[in-house]
Design a protein around this ligand. Structure first.
Ligand code: TRP
Length: 359
């Protein structure tokens, strides 16, 4: 079986460190693993409109911002097809046919959608497009015959929904769709808390460090990070658990950072022990983390800046990826319509049958 990946993001804002740790890093590894025959990375503008339909300018603007973030992190348009969802019209057509295979109550049971409905105040008047988006996501995945969908845990209900659609399609019509598997990050370091200590870095919470943040913005955010509220004086014992600076250090600090930036400490364990005992100030650990994050983000930001000065090339890459995606999705749509007996003018057997019946 062909090894095919599809995944994507809604373009509702620039991407941040949480995206990097939770998905972008893994995508670049998968891209370079040589294990996949085709990789599609979708900028889900049509899905973004399901809860931003009144703000198309925001979605449009962020398509290019997300593309810049992708390329700056090392996704390579020569190896992966980065495409814009709305340019692949076969996806909407597939969505329409799949809606027959799903009940409204099934959609309303989706726990991720349930939470999102609450968060967006859609309880009283729920747009059909919004509650329908898991079906459209099934179209995204199946159009490319993707067997592997690298996503965060919150997307598991969408993959489950897709598998159900595939199952009923294949048993009712013909066995042509591929049942996908989710690929979920396996280590907890893939989930980065916000700088305020909230469980998730999220644009709406305003607790993000963006991949495109300037040196000053990064430093300001690090200095503002949530640590241990009871660690008031340097000499006080400090708590490491739940201390955002240490959570980030666990993810980003490398052995060589200690001699370089914090030579009084031998390792992360040494630093943690001494912080617990008392005598290590928050400013010390924050400046250390700042140095590390600056080193990490500088090349990404610089690459992003260089790309943004040649935005025509970025659009060309998206157009190229979109053309490949259109072709693949059209092929699947053709098969789907054939399986559903909707291929009136291309099915010779059907034409013969009709000619005989009505002669
Ligand atoms: N729902 C995903 C998100 O919000 C984006 C997305 C749309 C997606 N279609 C997809 C992800 C298909 C994986 C597969 O991030």
């Amino acid at each position: 079986m062909k090894q095919i990946i599809l995944t994507g993001d809604r373009p509702t804002g620039r991407l941040h460190l949480g995206h990097y740790v939770g998905s972008l890093k893994k995508r670049v590894e998968l891209q370079d693993s040589g294990k996949f025959d085709e990789i599609y990375i979708m900028i889900a503008d049509a899905q973004a409109l399901t809860d931003n339909f009144e703000n198309p300018a925001k979605v449009r603007e962020n398509v290019i911002e997300v593309a810049l973030d992708y390329l700056a992190c090392g996704l390579d348009p020569d190896k992966v097809n980065i495409f814009v969802q709305s340019t692949v019209s076969a996806l909407t057509e597939l969505t329409f046919y799949y809606t027959n295979l799903v009940t409204l109550s099934r959609l309303q049971r989706n726990p991720t959608v349930k939470n999102e409905i609450k968060a967006r105040g859609f309880e009283k008047s729920l747009p059909v497009g919004f509650v329908n988006y898991p079906i459209s996501q099934a179209a995204d995945i199946t159009a490319f015959k993707a067997n592997c969908v690298p996503v965060g845990e919150d997307q598991l209900p969408m993959i489950e929904q897709t598998r159900e659609i595939v199952h009923s399609f294949n048993s009712i019509y013909d066995n042509i769709l591929v049942e996908p598997e989710a690929l979920i990050p396996d280590d907890i370091s893939a989930r980065l808390p916000g700088i305020d200590g909230k469980a998730k870095m999220s644009k709406s919470l305003g607790n993000c460090i963006y991949l495109s943040d300037s040196e000053e913005e990064i430093k300001q955010k690090v200095m503002q990070m949530y640590t241990d509220p009871n660690h008031l004086k340097v000499s006080d014992p400090g708590q490491v658990e739940g201390n955002v600076v240490f959570t980030y250090l666990d993810v980003f600090a490398k052995a060589e950072d200690f001699p370089k930036y914090l030579p009084d400490f031998a390792s992360i364990d040494d630093l943690k022990n001494k912080y617990r005992q008392g005598g290590v100030g928050d400013v010390t650990i924050k400046l250390f983390l700042n140095n590390i994050l600056q080193d990490f983000l500088r090349p990404i930001r610089e690459k992003r800046q260089a790309l943004s000065h040649n935005i025509g090339a970025v659009y060309d890459a998206l157009a190229k990826g979109s053309a490949v995606a259109q072709q693949k999705a059209n092929e699947t749509l053709r098969e789907v319509k054939k399986a559903m007996r909707l291929n009136y003018f291309t099915d010779d057997e059907f034409k013969k049958e009709i000619a005989e019946k009505y002669q």
